[in-house]
Design a protein. Structure first.
Lengths: 112, 113
């Protein structure tokens, strides 16, 4: 039973436009959410996170939105750049320091 | 500063053999995690250390898998009697223990023939 789901395996966006990556979760005990970016042959790189006490967190071109009632979060990248092309993973944790539960990933392709 | 390092980067072995995978966490990080990533999937949790002790090993798939962290820094993941289904990328991560952010190494790609 997947507790964290990314229903879109891939997304293609034109350079300069907005990329929106979505993530759904089922475990109501999750209280911290993270997005990671992964290039081939590298480990996941932390991008941005959000605590369940917030509904939005912004860091430069990256913004994460959390809708607790819908158990849904999204990552917005604007403007998208070709270097953003990678696989993006959503992850969740139920306590500081505990294991992360990951979604299956979404491959983002930003076309020049 | 140095990030998380993992050795070897690639390991090819034959079915039934024993393998050891090593992880060097970020200096000072008390928490260390092992994950396994199969093709087309997200990383799956295996085991988590806080200091020298395994705080949560609920993700280890069976008793062929074992991990140690004897001095609270470097960790070794050990797989006995490898099977073809063990083929995956094994990822190690570390964190300060009070933050949720985990910092990942590049992984070890294990191939069992």
């Amino acid at each position: 039973d997947q507790q964290v789901k990314q229903n879109s395996p891939s997304l293609s966006v034109q350079e300069g436009r907005i990329s929106i990556l979505n993530c759904d979760y089922t475990n109501s005990m999750f209280d911290y959410f993270l997005w990671y970016k992964k290039y081939p042959a590298e480990g996941p790189t932390f991008l941005i996170s959000i605590s369940s006490i917030k509904d939005k967190n912004e860091d430069g071109r990256f913004t994460v939105f959390l809708n607790k009632s819908a158990k849904h979060l999204s990552l917005h990248i604007v403007p998208s750049q070709p270097g953003d092309s990678a696989v993006y993973f959503c992850a969740a944790s139920d306590n500081a320091g505990n294991m992360l539960t990951f979604g299956g990933g979404t491959r983002l392709m930003v076309k020049p | 500063g140095a990030g998380v390092s993992q050795t070897p980067s690639n390991k090819v072995t034959e079915k039934g053999k024993y393998v050891e995978l090593r992880c060097d966490p970020i200096s000072g990080h008390t928490a260390l995690y092992w994950y396994r990533q199969s093709l087309g999937q997200g990383p799956e949790f295996l085991i988590y250390f806080q200091g020298t002790g395994a705080a949560d090993d609920s993700g280890l798939p069976n008793d062929r898998f074992f991990a140690v962290r004897p001095e609270g820094s470097v960790s070794t993941l050990k797989i006995q009697r490898t099977e073809r289904g063990d083929s995956a990328v094994y990822l190690c991560a570390s964190s300060s223990g009070v933050s949720n952010e985990q910092f990942f190494g590049p992984g070890t790609r294990l191939t069992v023939l």
